[in-house]
Write a protein that binds this ligand. Structure first.
Ligand SMILES: [Zn+2]
Ligand SMILES: [Zn+2]
Length: 345
């Protein structure tokens, strides 16, 4: 497999972000990313710039809706009308264009210190037809964790990753619930804006793009190397995302190069996002880079429940039951890797 790491859910100067797409691509290049997905609010103004910029594949989507029910729409070519109170209409319009999308920051609560407590939760869990959930939004989680000025100072200047705990438990629970019925994809989003914050003694950019591009990213697994033709490359990235052939990786902990989570039986090896038949010797194989030895906790989740907690770097687990299997990896108890499921039937 060919892994490619990229960042999803980014705002540029075409909405309330503070850098141009070209500068964002430069920041992504310096962070070593292969691709970025820009999702400006309610417009596709960046579309003419889609393609390789500074060697980074820049893809243009849009974040739709304003007061609640934010939806990250990808692979669309026409703007989609906002509908905060009925996001099903938004999802349907995106799908009608051949697009797909993700429910964004569904459980954020906001902070009294940032944007006057603004928060934009998802309220329509009966919606159908979305492709996945942004289970971890870095900026949302940071804001949610800043409750007073002292915390604001500490988390702005000394320990910016302090409030970061990994995917939001309520969002993961929803994800696990939905994947019992149909495959969807879990992603991490940065929600990068590079916001200037001026509150009392705090004067700081929260967070610069180059910082966020080294935090929670999405590693896409491709059968073939990523094409140099931007149209083909876009199809490769988007197909993998739709199929859940990806995992979330928190690059503040380290690169996941050498990591794999696969299912094996007599003849075949199945990747994240695949559906595999249960046979007599079906096993789950987990391999982590050896430099992390002694620091990792592997949590194998089956149908939303913890199946095994393993303090090892490499392991093969025999499977006896069908189920939706996914993996969480913590390094020194910090959140590192969160895979999409392998579906054993
Ligand atoms: Zn949003
Ligand atoms: Zn956003």
């Amino acid at each position: 497999m060919h892994p490619y790491v990229g960042n999803i859910h980014i705002h540029s100067t075409y909405s309330d972000g503070h850098k141009s797409i070209e500068k964002i691509a430069l920041a992504a290049k310096s962070a070593g990313l292969a691709f970025v997905v820009i999702t400006d609010h309610g417009n596709l103004q960046g579309l003419p710039e889609e393609g390789y910029i500074h060697d980074v594949l820049v893809l243009i989507g849009s974040e739709i809706n304003t007061t609640k029910n934010h939806y990250l729409a990808l692979n669309i070519t026409e703007p989609v009308a906002q509908n905060d109170s009925d996001p099903q209409q938004v999802i349907n319009q995106v799908n009608a264009q051949g697009g797909f999308g993700f429910i964004a920051h569904p459980f954020e609560i906001g902070s009294p210190l940032v944007l006057n407590n603004a928060h934009y939760p998802w309220t329509h869990w009966d919606a159908q037809g979305y492709s996945g959930i942004e289970v971890w939004n870095w900026c949302s989680q940071w804001r949610d964790g800043v409750r007073n000025i002292l915390q604001g100072l500490y988390y702005s200047y000394i320990n910016p990753a302090g409030p970061i705990t990994g995917p939001t438990p309520q969002a993961m629970a929803r994800f696990d619930e939905v994947t019992q019925h149909r495959p969807i994809t879990a992603i991490a989003g940065s929600d990068a804006h590079a916001w200037p914050v001026c509150k009392g003694p705090i004067r700081r950019t929260i967070f610069p793009y180059r910082y966020l591009f080294r935090t929670a990213n999405n590693c896409i697994l491709l059968d073939e190397p990523l094409s140099r033709d931007p149209v083909k490359a876009k199809t490769q990235i988007y197909s993998a995302l739709r199929q859940g052939r990806s995992y979330i990786v928190n690059n503040l902990i380290g690169t996941a190069q050498g990591f794999s989570f696969t299912a094996l039986n007599q003849d075949n090896q199945y990747q994240i996002g695949d559906t595999a038949p249960l046979e007599e010797i079906t096993g789950l194989q987990i391999q982590c880079p050896s430099q992390f030895r002694g620091r990792l906790t592997l949590r194998v989740i089956r149908n939303g429940q913890l199946l095994n907690e393993i303090l090892r770097c490499n392991v093969t687990l025999r499977l006896y039951e069908p189920g939706v299997y996914r993996l969480e990896v913590y390094c020194n108890k910090k959140p590192w890797i969160f895979t999409n499921p392998i579906y054993i039937v």
